[in-house]
Design a protein around this ligand. Structure first.
Ligand SMILES: [Zn+2]
Length: 95
């Protein structure tokens, strides 16, 4: 399963280095894949400061496509971090 999971991560999220597939559910109508980032910190897009101080997390649906006649739903948990730079105008940012 670990090897299969690694391949799924590279196939579904080629531009994200640190991602883990949490679950894959298949039924007659849809394939639902849930994943989340695994990096312990992220860089603020405004000032570049790294932060591991978590603000919140939520589900995003970056793609909703068909696969072999079934709907494929990608569910990606994304985290919002606090920017640690007091001089930065951006208080929080999404990984
Ligand atoms: Zn910042």
């Amino acid at each position: 399963m670990e090897e299969t999971s690694f391949r799924l991560e590279r196939l579904l999220f080629p531009s994200i280095a640190d991602v883990a597939v949490l679950s894959v559910n298949v039924n007659h109508e849809a394939i639902r894949i849930e994943a989340r980032g695994t990096a312990t910190e992220a860089g603020c897009p405004s000032c570049g400061s790294q932060s591991s101080r978590l603000h919140s997390s939520y589900l995003r649906f970056p793609a909703d496509v068909a696969s072999a006649g079934r709907r494929m739903v990608l569910c990606l948990w994304v985290r919002r971090f606090f920017c640690r730079n007091a001089g930065c105008g951006r208080r929080t940012f999404v990984e």
